[in-house]
Design a protein around this ligand. Structure first.
Ligand code: PHB
Length: 407
């Protein structure tokens, strides 16, 4: 039986999913227009990322790639030195709110970047909006921020959580089978994945035979969840897990004998370069959709991978790509404002920023306040001794439909 989620979620229910404490935040005395020192002195940038818990490596990749980009431009933006002030959000909306207030009200940063979890972003949305604090989000894909809960002060350089699942729903129905069971962690990003996949899968003639919601951030004992997937009578599984949870899920899928038996599809984060070494051959053959792959062969990606390996001592992953492009967007934004960090000037400057990214053509879309970018269908294969996401097809340029969305 198909389980349907409403196409849009209200701002209230979104905030509840995020932890529900946003209402407790008060207005800081600082005026948005003069935060961060105006047009002279160092530019302080507040970095809110998880450096602990299941998304710690995501935070590390984003940070290292941003630092790499800034180092390459002499750690200066529009002639002003850059100062990154980093804070660990864990995966905890309450902790993230305290850290955001500290960055804005004590450190007086010019703007915030980072944020990996949709729950954390949802919890901070009103703080950014009410206090005119610009957030250039480098991961969290919460659809609501491009729809009902949209605010001029939150832009994304990453993706929305509609993109990968919606692309996979169509691809899976056309290429694998017509009966799917979905497995997601029980928080906002999981719900976005359920909705996106369900809508395009059903539109392509598929049927959802079950939706499994697992405890977030830690799944706990995976056995009952694997048994449910095995017994669902599905042709395929669609899953969304990332970081430590992706290792848990893919390893358990293999241990229960499902790998290679019941086709596994996912949003590509689940089999990214940060987790593939730990998953090993258990990940082989997993099909995914994402806005980047290590193997993309273009001049920007080849340079990025080489530079990141030299800088960080490990292979790049999609989160590093997002950190790198975030720094590029910040660079371009402050060129356009000539180093002025008045919030309304920065917001105006973001509209339409475009460049050739390692992911392919990148353009900030004014409607969704997120990138227009290509999606790729991918397959985990062994390439020259390493597991990589080979590209099955380029699914073309994609932009979040915003409030017009059917998923
Ligand atoms: C999210 O919470 O929106 C999220 C987290 C991790 C990912 C992708 C999306 O890899």
């Amino acid at each position: 039986m198909s389980e349907r989620i409403p196409f849009t979620i209200s701002r209230r229910s979104f905030l509840q999913m995020a932890g529900g404490t946003a209402a407790a935040l008060s207005m800081p005395a600082i005026l948005g227009a003069c935060r961060g020192g105006g047009a002279s002195g160092p530019i302080k940038i507040g970095v809110l990322l998880p450096y602990s818990d299941i998304y710690a490596v995501l935070g590390e990749s984003i940070t290292q790639a941003m630092e790499m980009y800034f180092a390459a431009i002499g750690n200066e933006l529009a002639g002003r030195p850059i100062e990154l002030i980093k804070e660990d959000t864990e995966i905890n909306p309450d902790v993230a709110q305290q850290k955001a207030r500290k960055l804005v009200e004590q450190d007086e940063v010019a703007f915030i970047t980072g944020i990996v979890s949709s729950g954390v972003l949802g919890g901070l949305r009103d703080y950014f909006n009410d206090n005119k604090v610009l957030c250039i989000c480098s991961n969290a894909g919460a659809n609501a921020l491009s729809r009902a809960a949209k605010t001029p002060y939150v832009w994304r350089t990453s993706f929305t959580n509609w993109m990968a699942p919606f692309a996979m729903g169509t691809w899976a129905a056309n290429n694998i089978g017509k009966k799917a069971i979905i497995s997601v962690p029980d928080y906002a990003a999981g719900e976005d994945n359920v909705t996106g996949f369900t809508n395009s899968f059903e539109a392509a003639g598929g049927e959802i035979v079950g939706v499994q919601r697992t405890p977030f951030p830690n799944m706990g004992d995976a056995a009952p969840f694997m048994a449910e997937l095995a017994d669902a009578g599905a042709d395929l599984v669609y899953a969304f897990y990332s970081g430590g949870a992706a290792v848990t899920f893919v390893t358990a899928y293999n241990d229960f004998g499902l790998a290679g038996q019941l086709p596994l599809t996912c949003a590509g984060f689940m089999v990214e370069e940060d987790v593939l070494p730990a998953q090993g051959n258990a990940a082989l053959g997993t099909k995914s959709t994402l806005h980047w792959s290590y193997v993309l062969d273009n001049a920007q990606n080849n340079q990025f991978k080489t530079d990141f390996k030299a800088f960080a001592g490990r292979d790049a992953d999609v989160f590093a790509l997002q950190g790198y492009d975030t720094a590029h967007v910040i660079d371009e934004m402050l060129r356009r404002t000539e180093g002025d960090t008045a919030v309304d000037k920065m917001v105006e400057a973001l509209d339409g920023i475009s460049f050739d990214s390692p992911r392919g053509p990148f353009k900030l879309d004014a409607n969704s306040q997120a990138p227009e970018q290509s999606m790729y269908a991918r397959d985990v294969q062994s390439v020259e001794g390493a597991l990589r996401n080979t590209i099955l097809s380029d699914l073309g340029l994609t932009v979040d439909p915003g409030d017009n969305s059917k998923g």
